[in-house]
Design a protein around this ligand. Structure first.
Ligand SMILES: O=c1ccn([C@H]2C[C@H](O)[C@@H](COP(=O)(O)OP(=O)(O)OP(=O)(O)O)O2)c(=O)[nH]1
Length: 151
């Protein structure tokens, strides 16, 4: 079943495509960079930057958008989403921005219209925290952080 996603394109993204699924079975829609055509962004190694998308979303209540890396950029250039998955809240009405970091060894140039990340829409489970005196015991207890071995 498909849901509607209301998208407002800001003036600086008027000529850029709306997010879309590239294939019928794709989970994510690509997000493109909306920096000015005459101002490509050069991301130096280990540098991070917020890249504008020129898009404002009105997600349906009960959903979030997750901003995730594109594996090709990560593999070929070491460029990834620093806060992956970035969370776009249903009540956020600002411009969606993508926090990219260059973990590669070469400068990476982001030009207008470049597909820089992908966005997955996901349902949000809302819970009500209830304080208890003590949580139920399990055989695992506090085991974690490699307690079952690292191999
Ligand atoms: O990659 C991202 C992550 C967040 N946002 C926007 C949408 C999101 O709803 C809002 C707040 O994000 P988050 O909750 O991660 O930020 P915070 O650091 O907790 O700040 P705040 O105090 O504003 O919630 O910023 C983006 O545009 N891109």
């Amino acid at each position: 079943m498909s849901h509607r996603l209301c998208v407002q394109r800001l003036a600086h993204a008027a000529d850029l495509p709306l997010p879309r699924y590239e294939t019928a079975g794709a989970a994510g829609m690509d997000l493109v960079a909306a920096n000015p055509a005459d101002a490509p962004i050069v991301l130096q190694p280990m540098q991070r930057i917020l890249v504008p998308t020129g898009l404002v979303f009105q997600l349906q209540t009960g959903f979030e958008a997750q901003v995730r890396p594109r594996s090709g950029l990560a593999f070929k250039h070491g460029v990834t989403v620093l806060n992956a998955p970035g969370t776009i809240d249903a009540d956020y009405r600002g411009e969606v921005q993508v926090l990219l970091v260059n973990l590669g060894s070469e400068p990476f140039t982001i030009s207008r219209g470049m597909r820089i990340a992908q966005m997955v829409i996901a349902p949000v489970t809302v819970v009500e925290p209830i304080e208890v005196g003590q949580v139920d015991e399990t055989g695992r207890a506090a085991g974690g952080f490699g307690s079952t071995g690292l191999g």
